[in-house]
Write a protein that binds this ligand. Structure first.
Ligand code: PHE
Length: 456
């Protein structure tokens, strides 16, 4: 069979669909970004806004992506083209491609730090150190010119080798094993954190809503985080849902994924904030928060080194499975649109990411080699992060919601998500379509314009 007519791969069961989708959602967004952004933006109040955005904007956009992907069974560019051939709407797919690259440039860099911390904890470099020593190890790790690049390339090589195996043998097989392990390990870390003396203060910080510390910018950040954490606005969910089984209840999947994703973020916050207060790390220590706190949680504990190694292995798992889903967007587009082999597509994409990603790595701390080069006042690292999370993902989400709400007929949408009218929840599906058409895009537009200071 030629490459074009060969049967397209897909996931084998509902469980595989759930784990794969969750593995995309759960990543550094939960374990690294969520705690430090919550810390920077005032704890509980930020959490409430985040949850509201995930429900009102996240779930509807996820359902649009699921509709587009499963009804066409194509990559993000090809899917839109199949629904509206030859139209400009294809820009959704190309914008997704751009976001995927920008996110990977800095994401693979942080994933590299995580891999290097696995190695450091196995060697015992992080045990029995003071808060200051742990902080200076982090600063040294990220600002050197060779070490973080080496680990970034290593992380990309892991992602590439799994993706080459394909959708079922690679993505499905790995995520089904790794997601349950991740969950168990996070619980173990939480139990340890909750028995620290500062645990009450940490939990209060995470859950107590102090609205006075919210700024206009925090609202945009919460929106960006909701999209980032749920892997929305850039075609990841279009791509993954193109591999879904036809009998999957996609609304149930989206709710289960969003709920589990939130739980894992909270569990990560519970592992981190008690330590912050117990050991006097600054709550708003930015991207380094995770790396400055976790070694302290475990270092003075019996078998602490083993636990710490496990924690970083799990963070690496989360990062790796999320990266698989980001790179898969680019792999599917190149494979299907340019008709090249999966293997060449994976290698080409990893190469592009390694080259530009090194710019992020070499600008990630104030003493890095490229720290002084600024684009719009931001370092490469911050620029890639800010533009992708806070501009491109919400903008992509807006376009996806408008496309679904105004180009696709309501009956067609409901027919697909109700599995050809075989699911009962008619009422919920209609309500969802109303949200997609009249609520989600307007809210997204207002927040985006406001945050870009175009309206007030
Ligand atoms: N959701 C992933 C995380 O939380 C990141 C991601 C963003 C994955 C966008 C896919 C698309 O880390």
């Amino acid at each position: 069979m030629s490459r074009n007519t060969r049967k397209r791969e897909g996931f084998s069961s509902g469980l595989a669909v759930f784990f794969a989708t969750l593995s995309s959602a759960v990543g550094l967004g939960n374990i690294w970004k969520f705690p430090y952004l919550t810390g920077d933006n005032g704890g509980g109040a930020f959490l409430i806004i985040y949850i509201a955005f995930a429900l009102l904007l996240g779930i509807p956009v996820m359902m649009c992506e699921f509709y587009i992907g499963r009804s066409t069974k194509r990559n993000a560019v090809g899917a839109i083209d199949r629904i509206k051939p030859g139209s400009l709407w294809k820009i959704i797919g190309y914008a997704g491609l751009l976001s995927a690259y920008l996110i990977m440039f800095f994401y693979s860099s942080v994933a590299g730090w995580v891999y290097s911390y696995i190695f450091k904890s196995i060697r015992g470099t992080l045990s029995h150190l003071s808060t200051e020593d742990i902080q200076s190890i982090f600063d040294k790790t990220v600002s050197s010119s060779f070490e973080p690049i080496f680990w970034q390339v290593f992380a990309l090589a892991v992602v590439g080798s799994i993706l080459v195996l394909g959708v079922r043998n690679g993505i499905e097989r790995l995520t089904k094993i790794l997601m349950p392990i991740l969950f168990i390990l996070i619980i173990i870390c939480d139990i340890r954190a909750l028995t620290l003396p500062g645990s009450l203060e940490g939990i209060k910080f995470l859950f107590y809503p102090d609205f006075s510390s919210l700024t206009k910018n925090s609202i945009l950040i919460a929106l960006g985080l909701a999209f980032f954490k749920l892997s929305l606005g850039m075609g990841t969910m279009i791509t993954y849902s193109s591999y879904f089984t036809d009998d999957n209840n996609m609304l149930a999947t989206s709710l289960k994924v969003a709920f589990s994703d939130l739980c894992i973020s909270l569990l990560a916050g519970i592992a981190i904030f008690p330590t912050v207060f117990t050991f006097g790390v600054k709550v708003n220590s930015g991207p380094g928060l995770l790396f400055k706190t976790i070694p302290l949680v475990f270092s003075k504990l019996p078998f602490g080194n083993i636990l710490m190694t496990m924690f970083f292995i799990l963070t690496a798992i989360a990062a790796t499975t999320a990266m698989m889903s980001i790179v898969e967007v680019t792999v599917a587009i190149l494979t299907e649109e340019l008709k090249i082999s999966r293997k060449s597509s994976v290698m080409l994409n990893c190469l592009i990411i390694a080259v530009f990603g090194s710019l992020a790595t070499l600008s990630s701390s104030s003493s890095s080699l490229l720290a002084d080069i600024k684009i719009f006042g931001k370092t490469f690292f911050d620029f890639f992060d800010y533009v992708s999370s806070n501009v491109l993902l919400p903008l992509g989400g807006l376009l996806i919601a408008v496309f679904t709400g105004y180009i696709i007929k309501k009956e067609k949408f409901i027919f697909e998500i109700s599995n050809k009218n075989s699911l009962e929840q008619k009422y919920a599906f209609s309500l969802l379509f109303i949200l997609i058409k009249y609520v989600t895009p307007f809210l997204l537009l207002i927040i985006l314009l406001n945050s870009l200071s175009l309206i007030n």
